[in-house]
Design a protein around this ligand. Structure first.
Ligand code: CA
Ligand code: CA
Length: 468
């Protein structure tokens, strides 16, 4: 939100001039010198959309945070323009130019949906952290997985990441699941697809890789989006290791508690808060220094304890390693796994909570801006809506007045009052909608609220000017 380059006049004069112009502006001032937000990544790309992570959702500062983007949160202007392959997608930091790695897991242009993760090196808990998603380039190549900004770099902190509940591993180690019992991925999960487990003979076996599995007495984090349909068999999410004390790692559900069962050592249990039939995010951390095992449910700390043994380095020595059952074929999961992740370090409590908010309710975690075109934020940068969409908006509330607004103000309004162009609220003051037509962002509001809306917009404009 940079308006400082509006002119060389003092901010106070700028503010007055802008507001006077604004009050009179029921016409389009296409020749405005209003500056663009940030620099453009590359002129070969036609469009971008801002994704701003709301600081209210962040405690502390997050480092190397993989951000989930539900592509159904993006405007139709994205879905109408992006290539079917997605090979024109690029992600940058707030400066509009510094790239960050991303993984496009799925894209469904027919349904305007899809799943993308990008790596945020820092996410602030004080100010919103902005990123840009660029698209619209007919000739760009897809990044391959091991390129600098390719998918594997998103998961550089992880030893295993499966977006489909065990079938495929997105890390550089590529520990794809081996299907047992007729298991296959494809069932609806929390983010895109997951894997259903039948509780009879289904499991994913994973390769015996010491790269993939935390082995020995080292820090670690395990995460599972899961749903339990039945508790009968004390279902196991993960088991691997050997047959001697401290060689085995087993995570299972018992009477509502997640249990850390290291072979022959004392079990450590969470509070009995895990439920049946709901998707829930299970996170388990182990601190090799303090020996503390911590459990989280949906981002909240739900107990744990201090492990009294020692973990030894074994994988694939005696047993297989698998998701959804014990290695001896018992304790089978009747339910579903979606996102599964292992790390050889400890994810902070702040990050675990942010991950839950992001993955459980992406549209509250970030605010998506409007689609803008190449270059500066002049009127030509806005993508027009189809006539029928405009009709729909105009018919949906009472008689409206229209005010033209520009990229930064539009983003501010959207960020403050809701997302997208179909903003609505029970609060009278916020009962307006923003949209884009005739190449210009506009706000619609009913005449009865006109003065109040104008007052809000003026306040926002003042904020923008002050920030400039
Ligand atoms: Ca089966
Ligand atoms: Ca998934």
């Amino acid at each position: 939100m940079h308006i400082s380059s509006l002119s060389s006049l003092t901010p106070k004069i700028n503010k007055t001039l802008f507001f006077l112009t604004f009050l009179a502006s029921f016409f389009i001032f296409a020749n405005s010198t209003y500056a663009a937000g940030e620099a453009w990544y590359d002129s070969s790309w036609s469009n971008r959309v801002q994704i701003a992570i709301d600081a209210d959702n962040i405690d502390g500062t997050l480092v190397d945070f993989p951000v989930y983007v539900d592509l159904s949160d993006l405007p139709s202007g994205f879905h109408n323009t992006v290539r079917t392959s997605g090979c024109d997608i690029r992600m940058t930091q707030a400066d509009g130019q510094t790239e960050v790695p991303f993984e496009l897991v799925a894209q469904d242009g027919a349904n305007n949906s899809g799943e993308l993760f990008f790596l945020a090196s820092n996410v602030s808990g004080i100010n919103d952290t902005d990123f840009y998603l660029y698209f619209g380039n007919a000739s760009s190549s897809c990044y391959v997985a091991d390129e600098v900004y390719g998918s594997q770099a998103v998961w550089s902190q992880y030893s295993y990441v499966s977006h489909d509940g065990g079938a495929t591993d997105s890390t550089e180690f590529g520990s794809n699941g081996i299907a047992v019992g007729g298991i296959s991925s494809g069932d609806a999960g929390v983010m895109g697809i997951g894997t259903s487990f039948d509780g009879v003979d289904d499991e994913w076996d994973l390769p015996a890789s010491t790269e993939t599995f935390p082995v020995g007495d080292i820090d670690r984090t395990y995460q599972f989006w899961t749903k339990f349909n039945s508790t009968n068999s004390k279902p196991v999410l993960l088991e691997y290791g050997g047959a001697s004390s401290g060689q085995l790692v087993r995570l299972e559900l018992s009477e509502g508690s997640m249990v850390w069962r290291p072979y022959t050592y004392t079990d450590i249990e969470s509070d009995p808060v895990y439920t049946m039939g709901d998707f829930q995010l299970v996170t388990v951390t182990y601190n090799s220094l303090s020996k503390e095992v911590s459990f989280y449910r949906n981002g909240a700390d739900v107990g744990g304890g201090v492990f009294d043994g020692k973990l030894y380095a074994t994988v694939g020595k005696y047993y297989s390693q698998q998701l959804g059952a014990r290695v001896v074929g018992t304790n089978r999961l009747d339910g579903l796994l979606d996102e599964v992740r292992f790390k050889k370090n400890i994810t902070s409590a702040d990050q675990i909570l942010a991950e839950f908010v992001n993955q459980n309710s992406a549209s509250t975690f970030y605010t998506v801006g409007v689609v803008v075109g190449t270059g500066t934020a002049t009127t030509s940068n806005f993508v027009s809506l189809a006539d029928d969409v405009i009709d729909e908006i105009e018919n949906s509330i009472e008689y409206l007045s229209v005010l033209p607004v520009y990229e930064d103000l539009m983003a501010k309004i959207t960020k403050t009052y809701g997302k997208g162009r179909l903003v609505k609220s029970d609060r009278k003051l916020a009962k307006f909608k923003t949209f884009v037509t005739d190449g210009l962002g506009k706000i619609l509001f009913s005449n009865s609220e006109r003065q109040e809306i104008k007052s809000i917009i003026k306040d926002m404009q003042d904020i923008l000017l002050d920030e400039g």
